[in-house]
Design a protein around this ligand. Structure first.
Ligand code: SF4
Length: 496
């Protein structure tokens, strides 16, 4: 049996999942990587290449088959070559009483003070006990292999982070090979895939999503219930509660609230969440929404729909909003008013300024009208930009005062028969249809970076137009959901 240190990634990324590791080892076919996954891959390669160039001369061990590469790596090590690129380390290790060949290909081996150290490039800007454990596990396995190969303790294990900072992980106290390798072998040697509950955010970026969700939906898996977290799903399964109906048959608000299930390293009661979980289960079982509270919606003849597109901090130097989209809907509709951060120095500030100008114009034309947005992202980012650049004539503060989180209101009033309250899910219930086949926050990020990097103005314009269309349709979808929500509240009977 042979495993590569690289396989550990499947256990941790894009989310922790033991089933993904099993699937990957057994070569179960996954979805082709989408634009976002391709972007991450491309940026990773570029980061490594830039760093390699900065090192000057090095010995290249990247060509040939594994055996040849291992032989050349061994030769370079014996000769004490100062920098070895993509050397192959492989050793037979006894793991779980079996001889397993473990292969590792660190980006760089550097000879310093009589010993080799390992240096690996990672796109992440934070790697520690909690974040990007897969990177630590992988590099520590390289360390173990190098020790076996050279008979010497590794001088140091380092990560070149996405912002080029050098991080020493030699003393990091997690993900030791003695712990992680037996765990990995145990999982991949199972006859069948291990159980791992599905979860909306856990599975959305995973290539095995169609397989797992089809099985979960067909079997009415209790893990589909919104509010049933991974630990609770595993606990319920151990009690024989696998289907949504089992949950409803075996628990009421009080008994579910009393359930003690693992929560990280602690044990925690389900507590107050129990009532909502059972309502969610009921809605899914009966395939209908349940109105639990009639709430007063902000009353206005016109409403601003508001949606942002941003780049997370690990993909850029700055956590950046590159598109601030607003449009008034209602009696007197406005045109779509996007504030797109220009691709230039100070573009980030220019985008913010333009958004405030657009908002100012709306206040002048309509007065203080509600700015409807979906989930807390928009509020958080306005606060971030207020700290970063300050306000202009109090407009940002005024926008903040007029913000209304429509997602929060929907959750307060309605229990949907869905595993998620993301806009893309709720808009479908509201009957909204998009015109673009490809869309989504991650898709837009990948496209935006493609637009930033192309020199071809025509291509850039065409990509930006697609992103604008996507953002505009987010606004239309929010408005569609608002209209549907008002009707639901007016017509559905209250159940509690
Ligand atoms: S789809 Fe979800 S459950 Fe299936 S392998 Fe991926 S993360 Fe795991």
């Amino acid at each position: 049996m042979r495993i590569s240190a690289q396989i550990i990634y499947n256990l941790f990324a894009p989310s922790y999942c033991e089933k993904r590791l099993f699937f990957a080892y057994h070569k179960v076919k996954a979805l082709e990587p989408g634009p976002f996954e391709q972007l991450i891959y491309k940026l990773g390669l570029r980061h490594e290449e830039n760093y390699r160039r900065s090192l000057g001369q090095y010995a290249d061990a990247s060509a040939g088959n594994l055996k040849e590469r291992r032989a050349i790596t061994q030769k370079y090590i014996t000769e004490k070559v100062p920098i070895i690129y993509q050397g192959v380390l492989y050793e037979n290790l006894t793991i779980n009483n079996r001889l397993i060949t473990v292969v590792g290909i660190p980006d760089f081996l550097l000879y310093e003070e009589g010993r080799y150290k390992i240096r690996d490039c990672k796109l992440a800007k934070q790697v520690d006990e909690k974040r990007h454990q897969e990177a630590i596990a992988q590099i520590k396995i390289y360390g173990l292999l190098l020790e076996k190969m050279t008979g010497q303790k590794v001088q140091k294990m380092e990560v070149v982070l996405g912002d080029n900072r050098l991080l020493d992980i030699t003393e990091v106290k997690v993900m030791d090979p003695e712990e992680i390798l037996p765990r990995v072998i145990n999982l991949i040697e199972k006859e069948n895939p291990p159980y791992s509950p599905v979860g909306w955010s856990k599975c959305m970026g995973c290539g095995y999503r169609p397989i797992c969700w089809e099985v979960a939906v067909k079997s009415n898996d209790v893990a589909l219930v919104y509010g049933v977290d991974q630990e609770l799903a595993c606990f319920l399964r151990e009690q024989g509660i696998t289907k949504i109906a089992d949950l409803l048959d075996n628990y009421d608000d009080t008994s579910l609230a009393e359930v003690n299930r693992p929560w990280g390293e602690k044990i925690q009661k389900v507590g107050k969440k129990a009532q909502r979980i059972l309502l969610q289960a009921q809605a899914m079982q009966e395939k209908r929404s349940i109105l639990i509270k009639k709430i007063n919606l902000p009353d206005s003849n016109n409403y601003v729909m508001f949606d942002l597109e941003g780049i997370p901090p690990y993909l850029d130097d700055l956590e950046k909003i590159y598109l601030w989209g607003i449009q008034v809907f209602g009696e007197k509709e406005s045109p779509y008013l996007p504030a797109l951060a220009p691709i230039e120095e100070e573009g980030d500030y220019q985008g913010w300024k333009k958004f405030l100008q657009n908002s100012q114009k709306i206040f002048e034309d309509y007065g203080d009208i509600p700015f409807l947005h979906w989930a807390p992202y928009e509020k958080t980012k306005i606060k971030l930009y207020l700290r970063r650049y300050g306000d202009i004539e109090g407009v940002a503060e005024r926008v903040l005062k007029n913000l209304v989180d429509l997602c929060g209101l929907v959750k307060e009033a309605l229990v949907l028969a869905e595993p998620s309250y993301s806009l893309k899910v709720v808009e479908k219930i509201a009957g909204f249809k998009r015109t673009q086949e490809e869309y989504g926050g991650n898709w837009a990020i990948a496209k935006y970076i493609e637009a930033v990097e192309t020199e071809d103005r025509r291509i850039r314009k065409s990509i930006i137009n697609k992103i604008l269309k996507y953002n505009q349709e987010d606004l239309e979808a929010t408005w569609g959901v608002f209209q549907w929500f008002k009707k639901e509240m007016a017509s559905a009977p209250l159940t509690r």
